[in-house]
Design a protein around this ligand. Sequence first.
Ligand code: ZN
Ligand code: ZN
Length: 230
Amino acid sequence: MRTLVFLEAGRVEWQDAPDAAIETADDALVRPLAVAACDLDVALLRGLIPFQGPFPIGHEFVGEVVAVGAAVTGFAPGDRVIVPFQIGCGACACCRSGRTGSCETVPPVSMYGFEPLGGRWGGALSDLVRVPFAPHMLVRLPAGLDPATVASISDNVADGWRAVGPPLAEYPGARVLVLGGLRRRVGRRPSRLRGRQCRPRCGGGSPRRPREPPAVHHARDLSDHGGRQQ
Ligand SMILES: [Zn+2]
Ligand SMILES: [Zn+2]
């Protein structure tokens, strides 16, 4: 199969690799249909994460089931599925408590697309991806959803909801300031944004001139005040 391999900052290459295959009875093989570029992928490609290539990349994806192991029920070839970027067994104490990113069955931080950190699970920018613990890992894509519009649902969309959904439930109707990405600026007038919105809401002192991206300062402001917004 073909897989996109990170070589070094600014360099990726399509390479031939052994076909992903069913290895255990609860595996599934998934053909990625849409793969999102995570901000971590961008950081990696810009040389901001000190990982040594080569390794396959891509970890946020929606795909189509191609084959399932003998123990997999509920999914069949042709099903469209969301695949979590982190590997979780669904059965250990951490997974059962909802902390699937801390699964005790696999090595810590097991995930697709970041082999130096997450292990050799392959990357989503490949013809095929092996999905272990498939009955737990696979999430059926609701009918009518275009895979391209929800390609990041297994990571960034879920992260966005986790960051905003529970606090909004606690503070209904609260205003939400959205910061992020690797840009040095947020909007055209970042100083106005910090001075007029962030500072009063976070209870900080005079606006500071940042030497770091605004998002870093904002995160620190929140943590300095107990992570709570007024
Ligand atoms: Zn990601
Ligand atoms: Zn687990």
